[in-house]
Ligand binder design. Sequence first.
Ligand SMILES: Cc1cc2nc3c(=O)[nH]c(=O)nc-3n(C[C@H](O)[C@H](O)[C@H](O)COP(=O)(O)OP(=O)(O)OC[C@H]3O[C@@H](n4cnc5c(N)ncnc54)[C@H](O)[C@@H]3O)c2cc1C
Length: 396
Amino acid sequence: MHTHGTRVLISGAGIAGPALAYFLAEHGFDVTIVEKAPAPRHGGYLLDVREIGCDVAERMGILPLLEKQRCDMRNVRVIDCNDQCIIGLDPRIVREKSGERIVSILRGELSKVVLDAAQKNVTYIFGDVISSIEDQKDKVHVTFSKSEPMDVDYVIGADGENSIVRTLAFGEKSKYEKHCGFYISAFTVPSAIVEEHTMLQYSLPGRRITAYGIPGGKTVVEFVFRERRMLDFAPQDTALQKDILRRAFTGGDEQCARFLQCLDEAKDFYLDAVTQIRMPKWHTGRVGLIGDAACLASPLSGQGVSLALGGAYVLASAMVKFPKNPAKAFEEYERIFHPIAKEIHSRTLLSAGFHIPDTRIGMAIRNRTLRLFALLPSWMFPRRLTSVRLQLPKSC
Ligand SMILES: Cc1cc2nc3c(=O)[nH]c(=O)nc-3n(C[C@H](O)[C@H](O)[C@H](O)COP(=O)(O)OP(=O)(O)OC[C@H]3O[C@@H](n4cnc5c(N)ncnc54)[C@H](O)[C@@H]3O)c2cc1C
């Protein structure tokens, strides 16, 4: 390890931030992470770490730890209004056919593993936020809401969908936000509504409910519904959000009513519009963005972790190559990674339309296609449809 002492401030200790810190600290950068939350968050929804995410996790040496905590579904059942199974499959077999690597894990567990890996030579400030960023050409002057000001060579926003770094350096979120026409809600209930490792799914036109049986006798429940308007609610107002969800599914049928009952015991309730962040550039001067802050693809993409870990790795390798030249480092990062984000963004819109159709005919076409996919032998499986891959740069 060589210590050239390039100073980097990262905002956000979710997934992208600590991954970037890990690779930079390995190469002698002087890294600080500032995180709004007072402590790391645990639990949360279930997410799939796919190809690019697995490749980066492997290079961080954490893939075996993720494998250990994996919470894969072994049995998928799509049911109708009479509780009859209309599609039943083992996703592990489908995965084998597609050749795609996927590790399902709770978000909090993934974040903890990434954070634990990025401890050596990284300074953490929890419970604080950046309040101003002044790019002075040869350095960046940063002030915080509580901590002392700091001068650094790079500021990286890895602070998620509502990134403060993006707002301060690039302008309001609304300039870059695209509403995909859906809302998503996810939460955990402390009871086993479905068996462990089983995923149960029920749909109506424009509406989908999924329940995942996870270890510990708990269930993660996810609701998705079509809504073209941007609804107005405060992030903290969970009572209003639950009301919005109830209204979207009320009048559905008995299955909807059954899953809506879960709301009464919901933990970590989450509801938000399904949106994407689409930016022409992820850097300005010495300030850059990664992960959801740069290119949120939406929860429906199933690729947010690939974008977070992949972007962190590609940026780290560019910064290692050009530690004293932010313009070159950022250009190289964007040259490699912008096309990946673009591809994931457009695939997400297509796949959301297919998986959550707004007509009964659309539902019938989807169900037939899924049944056919499950039957295809591996040599006929359309691999390019299911996975996005990237040849990661060698160095880092
Ligand atoms: C319901 C749901 C299901 C999902 N399923 C999948 C899936 O199956 N597969 C997949 O790949 N992805 C999935 N995702 C998306 C995935 O969780 C994100 O893309 C991923 O977490 C992005 O990582 P990140 O580090 O960029 O941002 P985040 O994980 O959001 O981390 C950002 C961090 O920044 C902190 N922060 C926020 N504001 C500030 C501030 N002002 N100052 C300092 N810190 C701040 C936050 O507290 C947080 O710790 C899902 C998301 C949701 C909501």
